[in-house]
Design a protein around this ligand. Structure first.
Ligand code: V47
Length: 351
């Protein structure tokens, strides 16, 4: 059976099929990816009204792609105080946020208690606010730092009000490439094990893939396959988020950057390969808003959110430092022919 016949009959695609998909032209890939997108989500494009908080940029790890860490090219170390975080949450709640997304560096001085306390404080004051916090990389860091198992850290997160886990820290699972871009932090298998445990607690999470640096097309497909295998077992991933590598202010020497064509192919292929993950997010922060809007026709059905402030990707060159206003966001989705639908963090629609 040819690849096109497999796409026509919606057969599950193999690793070899995934690699071969890149040889198809971008419009053919878009046609098949969009078909699946329309069957699953019609013309709806989801977004949420959220706030990113990045509490500290002091990090014991050394990821070459990172421009956010104070130990790299960013000379301004900071750690937010709990009161500052609570003030931020208070003003964002007034602005209507439904989710606070808390992701940070691996700072030995902002320990487990520090995190648990701030989660509990937020939950106590705003029980309706969804807390999406701690990547698998941070959970691994805390587990090593405090000599606790992943289960113990996860139980503490749950007891203190964390509702879901973000998809960060996955980078690229291929062990050789991973060693070169972020050796020393959570391994690929540990990342998957942590999400599996989280899902086994009845909770949901997202999964990212950092691409457009030194990885290969083969390693992207390998990444997707490992996620698809885990999703077959747990069904706990809500969204897959391909993050486009940002090149400023870091130490990863990359000379070839992906074209818009390659980025759109990767979105479309993600939709085709990941038949068991319901949502494909074009995170406008790393893809740029213009390409994110086009990605809606290449399988993407979610553009993330308004964010308000973002430090990790903007440190590396993304235009996301100040987020985006809700009306601008919905206007852009509408003008591109799609229907903006506000969602909560678990994809329930909000009127
Ligand atoms: O894990 C760091 C990435 C991630 C760069 O789960 C970079 O809903 C591009 O995971 N170029 C953090 N990317 C962001 C993240 C995320 C964002 C939005 C939504 C969700 C979700 C998760 O940012 C890190 C890392 O992979 N990152 N540096 C860079 N130079």
């Amino acid at each position: 059976m040819t690849l096109i016949e497999k796409l026509e009959s919606k057969q599950r695609l193999s690793y070899e099929d995934g690699v071969a998909l890149y040889d198809l032209d971008v419009l053919t890939l878009g046609k098949y990816a969009n078909k699946i997108r329309e069957e699953k989500h019609s013309k709806k494009t989801y977004y949420n009204v959220n706030r990113h908080i990045n509490p500290t940029n002091i990090c014991k790890d050394v990821c070459h792609f990172c421009a956010y860490s104070a130990s790299r090219k960013n000379p301004k170390p900071y750690t937010l105080k709990h009161d500052e975080i609570m003030d931020t949450v208070a003003s964002s709640v007034k602005n209507g946020i439904k989710e606070v997304h808390i992701v940070s560096a691996h700072n030995p001085d902002t320990g487990l208690e520090w995190y648990l306390e701030i989660f509990a404080k937020i939950k106590e004051k705003y029980p309706e606010l969804h807390i999406k916090a701690l990547t698998a990389a941070e959970i691994h860091f805390l587990s090593e730092q405090y000599n606790k198992s992943y289960e113990e850290i996860i139980n503490l997160m749950l007891e203190n009000g964390v509702d879901s886990m973000p998809g960060g820290g996955a980078e690229i699972f291929d062990e050789e490439i991973r060693k070169r871009i972020c050796g020393g932090k959570v391994t690929s298998q540990q990342w998957l094990d942590i999400h599996k445990l989280w899902h086994e607690n009845g909770k949901q999470s997202n999964a990212t893939m950092l691409f457009g640096h030194i990885e290969t097309r083969e390693s992207r497909i390998d990444h997707m396959m490992r996620l698809r295998d885990l999703q077959d077992k747990t069904n706990g991933f809500n969204a897959f988020i391909p993050l486009v590598y940002q090149k400023e202010n870091n130490f990863l020497k990359v000379t070839d950057f992906p074209t818009a064509n390659e980025i759109l192919k990767t979105f479309a292929i993600s939709r085709l390969m990941l038949d068991n993950i319901p949502h494909l997010k074009a995170y406008w922060v790393t893809s740029t808003i213009k390409l994110a809007l086009i990605a809606q026709e290449f399988g993407a059905n979610d553009l993330d959110g308004t964010i308000e402030k973002e430090s990790i990707n903007s440190a590396a060159g993304a235009a996301s430092a100040n987020g985006m206003a809700q009306c601008e966001f919905t206007g852009l989705i509408k003008n591109s022919g799609f229907v903006p639908v506000q969602r909560d963090s678990l994809y329930n629609e909000i009127n």
